[in-house]
Ligand binder design. Structure first.
Ligand code: ZN
Length: 433
C-alpha cells in the first residue's frame, strides 16, 4: 500500500464522510438529559460490525442521569490485527449540548452548504468521530495486514463530566495497558494543532444563609434584632462577590502558566460565576411576595493551571468565606464541591504526538502548534483512571465554534484530519509507508 493511494482513497470518500456526519447529527444526542444515546451507539456499532469489529455496548448503570428512559449506553468496538502489537484507539463523545437560541439553520437538520455542515455537534464532535471512522475504514479497504488492534469507542456524557462515559469505561480497564497503547480523541481543536491536555477544573456551590422575614422589615446589620427579624442572604452573597472582585480576581490574573494554553487569556487562572439564585423561584411567574430571602446559592467554575494544586485553589475561596464570618455580622455559609478535575498534559515527544505531528507535516505541509485546551475533556479520565498517558486530542472542528449557534464543521478539514489520523495510525502500528 502506498501513502498516496491511502490519501487518495480518503479524498474519494469526501461524500461518504459528509453523509456519515449528517446522519450522526440527525440523531439528537442532547445532554442533559442524555437523549438517543443507544440509537447513536447502535448506529455506529452496526457499521463497524460490518467491517469485522467486535462490538460491545456498555451501559453505565448507576452513574448520574442513567435510567431506563435515558440509559448511558457506550460503544466499544475492537478489531484484532494479524499478530500481537500495539492498540490504537479513537475515542469520541456521542453527546452534544442543547441547541440554545440564535440558530439560522435547523440544529439537527445537518444542512450542507458552501463546503460546511451545519448543526449541533458537527464541530463538537460528530465531524471528528466520522473522520476517525473513515480513517480506520480506509486503512482496512487498502487491505493492510497489521499487528495489534484498532479500537473505537463512542462514549456518553462528556459534556457533563464523563462519569457515565470514559470514566466508567476506564474503571473497567478499557483505557489501560495492555489493552490500549495510544489514544486519539478527535475533539475540535483545529485541524493543524495537537492538543496535549487541558487545564484543571473545580466547580463548587456556595450558599449564604439568612433568615426569612417580612420584606418591609429587612433589618440587616442591627445586631440586637437580627435574630428575630430578617437577614438577607442575597446581601451576604453580594459581600462575598465583592470580596472575590477585590481580592481573588486580581490574584488570578497574576497566575500565568507555562502550559501552551489557547486562547492567550486562558493562560491565566480563571473563575466564572456561573449561576446565582436567591429568594423566590425563577420559574414562578405570578406576583412576588415580600420576603427577605433566607438562602442564596452561587455556582463557581474555577479553572486552574498545572502549577496550582487543587488544595490551594479551594483554600483561596474557603479563606475569603472565613474572613467574612469573622468580619461581617451574621454571615453564615456552606460550600460543597460539585466536580473536580486535575490538569493533564501529555509529553510533547510522546509517540502519539510524534505520529500525528509527522502526519500533519505530510498532509498539511505544516508544523503543528502544540496546545492545551482551556476546558477539560475526557483525557483526564484516561490519564488518571486508566493511567494511560499516550493520549491527545486531535480533530477537524474549529474550537471557537463549539457550543455556539450555527455550529459547523468544514468538510475539507474533516477530509484532511481523516488523512492525518490514517497516517498516524500506520506509524503507531509500526507500518511505515
Ligand atoms: Zn467535545
Amino acid at each position: 500500500m502506498s501513502r498516496e493511494k491511502l490519501l487518495e482513497r480518503i479524498e474519494g470518500k469526501r461524500e461518504e464522510l459528509t453523509d456519515l456526519t449528517c446522519e450522526l447529527v440527525r440523531i439528537p444526542t442532547v445532554n442533559p438529559p442524555g437523549d438517543a444515546y443507544t440509537d447513536c451507539a447502535r448506529f455506529l456499532g452496526t457499521r463497524l460490525e460490518k467491517r469485522g469489529f467486535e462490538v460491545g455496548y456498555h451501559r453505565a448503570e448507576g452513574t448520574p442521569g442513567d435510567n431506563d428512559r435515558y440509559p448511558r449506553t457506550n460503544l466499544v468496538a475492537r478489531l484484532e490485527g494479524q499478530a500481537s502489537g500495539p492498540c490504537v484507539h479513537f475515542n469520541g463523545h456521542l453527546d452534544v449540548v442543547m441547541a440554545g437560541k440564535g440558530w439560522t439553520e435547523d440544529p439537527f437538520g445537518a444542512v450542507v452548504k458552501e463546503g460546511r455542515i451545519y448543526g449541533r455537534g458537527t464541530c463538537d464532535m460528530k465531524g471528528g468521530i466520522a473522520a476517525a471512522i473513515i480513517a480506520m475504514e480506509s486503512l482496512l479497504e487498502e487491505g493492510i495486514s497489521f499487528p495489534g488492534a484498532l479500537e473505537f469507542s463512542g462514549t456518553v456524557d462528556e459534556e457533563t463530566g464523563g462519569y457515565g462515559g470514559v470514566a466508567y469505561l476506564a474503571h473497567q480497564g478499557f483505557f489501560s495497558k495492555p489493552r490500549v497503547d495510544h489514544v486519539i480523541i478527535p475533539e475540535p481543536l483545529n485541524v493543524d494543532r495537537i492538543c496535549l491536555g487541558h487545564r484543571g477544573a473545580w466547580w463548587s456551590q456556595v450558599e449564604t444563609h439568612g433568615r426569612i422575614a417580612h420584606g418591609s422589615m429587612p433589618f440587616l446589620g442591627d445586631c440586637a434584632i437580627r435574630h428575630i427579624l430578617g437577614d438577607c442572604a442575597i446581601r451576604h452573597m453580594g459581600a462575598f462577590t465583592q470580596l472575590l472582585e477585590k481580592r481573588l480576581y486580581p490574584e488570578l490574573d497574576k497566575k500565568q502558566t507555562k502550559m501552551p494554553v489557547v486562547p492567550e487569556g486562558a493562560k491565566r487562572s480563571t473563575l466564572n460565576l456561573q449561576a446565582v439564585h436567591g429568594g423566590e423561584e425563577e420559574s414562578y411567574d405570578g406576583m412576588p411576595s415580600p420576603c427577605v430571602p433566607d438562602s442564596c446559592r452561587m455556582v463557581l467554575d474555577r479553572r486552574f493551571l498545572i502549577e496550582e494544586s487543587l488544595e490551594e485553589v479551594k483554600a483561596e475561596v474557603h479563606e475569603l468565606l472565613e474572613e467574612l464570618v469573622r468580619t461581617r455580622p451574621g454571615f453564615r455559609y456552606s460550600i460543597s464541591d460539585i466536580m473536580e478535575f486535575h490538569p493533564t498534559m501529555t509529553e510533547s515527544d510522546a509517540p502519539v504526538v510524534k505520529a500525528v505531528e509527522d502526519a500533519i507535516g505530510s498532509v498539511l505541509n505544516t508544523v503543528p502548534e502544540k496546545i492545551i485546551s482551556p476546558g477539560t475533556y475526557d483525557q483526564k479520565h484516561i490519564a488518571r483512571i486508566g493511567h494511560l498517558h499516550d493520549c491527545i486530542a486531535y480533530g477537524p472542528g474549529i474550537l471557537d465554534l463549539a457550543h455556539q449557534p450555527d455550529e459547523y464543521v468544514v468538510i475539507d478539514d474533516m477530509v484532511k484530519s481523516s488523512q492525518v489520523m490514517a497516517l498516524a495510525t500506520l506509524k503507531l502500528l509500526g507500518l511505515e509507508v
